[in-house]
Design a protein around this ligand. Structure first.
Ligand code: G3P
Ligand code: CA
Length: 247
């Protein structure tokens, strides 16, 4: 597995993590467009509320990393958030002026061209309904997988929309037999461990109940581990490292 891209079966989910975020500022239109140009058919993105309850696509709750110390997305209105330059922190030469997106804007642009792995980032109890309504408005239910580290929010998604696919994001130390059973009993569609924590034994055990999609791929070794332990997909900042099909 030394040359890139690595070939994987067509059913393996190659999910551009926050878009093609190794090459363009995460969660922006530039990153999602680049992911599409790289052949990705699945993207991951992070959703939280702005102060005026708009669904905004941004990972961090505070905006320090993007060049705005002491600002937080939940404290700003959409009108304020959309004036921020979300590209210069990544590269002022290539991406100055890249704007934050709302979830509905993303759907409006890409429609059913992607499978959307939508992470409910903050523990707000209203987030599941708001996201489901947005997904529903665009008729994208079959194209959406709602994910979160917040187990309770996923239970809420299941209660509000029993048909909606849900993936549980696990933190360090959480990929256990107990949690595999817990996810299956909750009716979740998939379980999402950290790539570094996947093992052949655990993935095989999980496959008796549900698919396994890995996350936190920090480099080639993590990607290889997820592939070699039999995971069904992964989020990756370098979607061009993988390609579907046989040579
Ligand atoms: O694929 C899930 C992954 O996105 C979760 O971690 O911190 O990148 O949102 P994070
Ligand atoms: Ca995420």
């Amino acid at each position: 597995m030394s040359t890139l891209p690595v070939r994987v079966p067509t059913q393996f989910s190659i999910i551009a993590h926050r878009g093609a975020s190794a090459y363009a500022p995460e969660n922006t239109l530039a990153a999602f467009r680049l992911a599409e140009r790289m052949g990705a058919t699945e993207i991951e993105l992070d959703v939280q509320f702005s102060r005026d309850r708009q669904l905004v696509i941004v990972h961090d709750e505070t905006l320090d990393r993007y060049g705005y110390p002491s600002l937080a997305s939940a404290d700003l209105t959409w009108t304020e958030l959309q004036t921020l330059d979300m590209g210069s922190w990544f590269s002022p030469y290539l991406y100055r002026g890249e704007q934050m997106l709302r979830l509905d804007q993303l759907f409006q642009i890409f429609r059913n061209r992607f499978i959307y792995h939508i992470e409910l980032k903050t523990p707000s109890l209203d987030l599941p309904q708001a996201v489901l309504t947005c997904v529903d408005n665009f008729g994208l239910n079959a194209n959406a997988i709602i994910t979160s580290f917040h187990f309770d929010l996923l239970i809420r998604v299941r209660a509000l929309a029993p048909q909606q696919r849900v993936g549980w994001l696990l933190k360090t130390g959480e990929f256990t037999n107990e949690n595999i059973t817990r996810a299956a009993n909750a009716g979740f569609f998939q379980i999402c461990p950290i790539a570094r924590e996947t093992t052949l034994d655990l993935v095989t055990r999980a496959h008796q109940l549900l698919p396994v999609r890995a996350h936190t791929v920090k480099g080639l070794d993590d990607m290889r581990q997820a592939l070699e332990t039999g995971c069904d997909g992964l989020t990756i900042n370098w979607p061009d490292w993988l390609i579907h099909g046989s040579p």
